[in-house]
Design a protein around this ligand. Structure first.
Ligand code: AMP
Ligand code: MG
Length: 502
C-alpha cells in the first residue's frame, strides 16, 4: 500500500496549522505526495464564510501563496499532504484498490466549533492511485461540485463543503481540451466504506482504523468495551447505519440523485460526498436517472435506499471480525443491525414528508403522503415546485398548484389534506410559512446549472455566482430570482446526462 513519496515542488509560508492524525494513526493507508505544478493559477471562487469557520484568513488565501496552497502547487512548511488508499464496490463489483487518484489530503484543521475536519484537494495531479487517469479535474465539474455541495449544506443536509476552485491554466483532455481546475473541499473526514473494505483485507489495520473512526466521529462510543454483545464496534455499525439512513432520507426529500453510490463514495461520517454525476429531479419519478454510465439504473432515485443498505452490508462485512470472535455471533449481530435500516429510513422519510406538508405535529393518515406521491408521479409534477405550490394553496393562491397538476386530479387530495390540517394549532398562513421553511424554492436545477457552468468555462462567472447565491439561500423567495424556480423545459430534460470522473 505504500509508495515512494514524490518531492515537494515549492514551499509557501505557513498560513495554516495542519494536523495529520489520520496519516499518523494509519500510515500504511497513506502515501506522502505533492500536487502537480500549476502553470497559471487563478482563483475562481472562494467560500469566505467557510474560510472563517475554519479560522483561515480569506485575504491570505487570496494571495499568491494562498492560491498556491489551494491549487496544490505548494504546501505550507508544516503540511505533509498524503494520498489515501481505499478499496470499494463500484456498481456492485469489487475493486481491491482505488484510492485518491486525483486528490490530496492536505491535512486536518480544527474548526471554530472544535471539530476536526479534512482539507482535501481534488484535481491536483497524478498519484500512485491514478491507474489510467490523468489526475486532473476541469473547471465545469469542479464548480459543479462546489455549487451543489454548498446547496446541500444550505438545505441542512450533511455534506462535504467547498472552500475554493482554482483554475490551473492547464488544458486537460476530456471530450475536447478543457480548462483544468482544483477544488478544495472540507469534510468531517474522508473515511469511506471502501476504507474499511481495504483494511479488512489487511487485518492489522482494521481495529486501529475502527478505533480512529469511532474516536473521530462517534466519540461517545469510545468508552464501550472492545468485546461482548454490546461492544463498541457493534455500536459503531449501528451509528453508521443510523446516520446513513437519515442521510438518504434527506436526499429523497429534496429529490437528489447521487448518481454513483459506490461504497467508496459512502462515508463513515454520514456526509454526502463526491458530486460527480449527481442531479436534482424536476418531475417526480422514482426511476429518475441521469448518469451516462448507469445503464442498469442501479443508482436511480427510488433505488437509493436499498443500494445504501447494500453498501452498509459491505461495511458490516468488513468489520465482522471486530463484532465477535465467533463468526456466527458476528453475522447474527450484523444482520440484526442491518435489518433496522428500513425502519430507520422510513421513519425519517415519513417525518420529513409530514414536515413538508405541514402535518408534522398532528395525526394524519399515511395514505395522505403516498397518494400525493402517486399524484405527482402520474402527472410528472415538479418535485420542488409542488411543495411550494401547496403552501401557496393555503395562502389562497391555487394557481401555483394548478399549473403543475390539473385541479380535477388534486381536488379530493387537497380537501383531505386541509381536513387533516384542521386539527393543527397553527392557522393556514402560519402552516404555509412553516412549510416554506423546509421546502426549498431554489435548488440547482439541471438546466440552470448547465448554463451557468458553460458560461463559467468560457470565462463568465456571473450566472454561476447568481445561482450559487440563490441555492445557498434556498427557502426565502425573492422576486429577482423568479426565473430560477421553473423546471427545465422538456426539450432540455429529454437529453440531459451527467458524467463520472470528469
Ligand atoms: P469517483 O467515482 O469519481 O469517486 O472516482 C472513483 C475512483 O477513480 C477514485 O479512486 C478516483 O480517485 C479515481 N479517479 C477519478 N477520476 C480520475 C482522474 N481523472 N485521474 C485519476 N483518478 C481518477
Ligand atoms: Mg469517489
Amino acid at each position: 500500500m505504500t509508495a515512494e513519496a514524490n518531492s515537494p515542488t515549492q514551499t509557501s509560508t505557513a498560513i495554516v496549522g495542519f494536523e495529520n492524525s489520520f496519516a499518523e494513526a494509519l500510515a500504511p493507508m497513506t502515501v506522502s505526495w505533492q500536487g502537480a505544478e500549476v502553470p497559471d493559477p487563478k482563483l475562481l471562487v472562494l467560500n469566505q464564510h467557510l474560510a472563517e469557520a475554519l479560522e483561515l484568513d480569506a485575504s491570505v488565501l487570496r494571495t499568491d501563496d494562498g492560491i498556491a496552497l489551494l491549487s496544490g502547487a505548494a504546501s505550507p512548511a508544516d503540511a505533509t499532504p498524503v494520498a489515501t488508499a481505499y478499496a470499494g464496490h463500484q456498481f456492485g463489483g469489487y475493486a481491491p484498490i482505488l484510492g485518491d487518484g486525483r486528490a490530496l489530503l492536505l491535512g486536518e484543521l480544527i474548526d471554530v466549533d472544535g471539530n476536526r475536519v479534512d482539507l482535501q484537494l481534488k484535481g491536483s495531479g497524478r498519484t500512485p492511485f491514478s491507474r489510467g487517469g490523468d489526475g486532473f479535474a476541469v473547471v465545469g465539474p469542479m464548480l459543479r461540485e462546489y455549487l451543489v455541495s454548498e446547496a446541500m449544506n444550505a438545505l441542512g443536509i450533511p455534506t462535504t463543503r467547498s472552500l475554493s476552485v482554482v483554475a490551473t491554466g492547464r488544458n486537460v483532455q476530456r471530450s475536447g481540451a478543457e480548462p483544468g481546475a482544483v477544488l478544495a473541499r472540507v469534510a468531517a473526514s474522508h473515511l469511506r466504506v471502501g476504507t474499511f473494505e481495504l483494511a479488512a483485507r489487511h487485518r492489522d489495520l482494521l481495529q486501529p482504523l475502527a478505533d480512529y473512526a469511532i474516536n473521530r466521529h462517534y466519540p461517545e462510543l469510545t468508552s464501550l468495551a472492545e468485546t461482548g454483545t454490546d461492544n463498541r464496534y457493534l455500536a459503531f455499525l449501528e451509528a453508521v447505519v443510523e446516520r446513513q439512513a437519515a442521510l438518504v432520507a434527506q436526499w429523497m426529500l429534496v429529490g437528489f440523485v447521487h448518481g454513483v453510490m459506490n461504497t467508496d463514495n459512502t462515508t463513515i461520517s454520514g456526509e454526502t460526498i463526491d458530486y460527480g454525476p449527481c442531479a436534482f429531479i424536476d418531475a417526480y419519478d422514482p426511476d429518475a436517472l441521469f448518469s451516462s454510465i448507469d445503464h442498469g439504473g442501479r443508482y436511480r432515485l427510488g433505488n437509493q435506499p436499498s443500494v445504501l443498505k447494500w453498501n452498509l452490508a459491505r461495511f458490516a462485512e468488513s468489520i465482522l471480525t471486530l463484532l465477535s470472535p465467533d463468526p456466527d455471533t458476528a453475522i447474527a449481530a450484523a444482520t440484526a443491525t442491518l435489518n433496522t435500516f428500513d425502519e430507520l429510513y422510513d421513519a425519517r422519510l415519513t417525518a420529513g414528508l409530514a414536515a413538508k406538508l405541514g402535518v408534522a405535529d398532528i395525526a394524519f393518515d399515511r395514505a395522505l403522503l403516498d397518494d400525493l406521491l402517486t399524484l405527482m408521479h402520474d402527472h410528472r409534477a415538479d418535485w420542488t415546485g409542488t411543495f411550494r405550490a401547496l403552501a401557496d394553496e393555503l395562502r389562497g393562491n391555487p394557481d401555483s398548484l394548478d399549473v403543475l397538476i390539473p385541479r380535477e386530479a388534486t381536488r379530493s387530495w387537497v380537501s383531505r389534506w386541509r381536513a387533516a390540517l384542521g386539527s393543527c394549532a397553527l392557522d393556514e398562513q402560519q402552516t404555509a410559512a412553516r412549510m416554506d421553511g423546509v421546502n426549498p424554492a431554489y435548488i440547482p436545477r439541471n438546466h440552470l446549472l448547465d448554463e451557468a457552468l458553460r458560461a463559467a468555462t468560457d470565462g463568465d462567472l456571473a450566472p454561476f455566482l447568481r445561482l450559487l447565491d440563490a441555492v445557498t439561500h434556498p427557502f426565502v423567495s425573492r422576486p429577482e430570482w423568479i426565473d430560477l424556480v421553473d423546471p427545465a423545459p422538456d426539450s432540455f430534460s429529454a437529453g440531459f446526462q451527467t458524467f463520472c470522473g470528469t
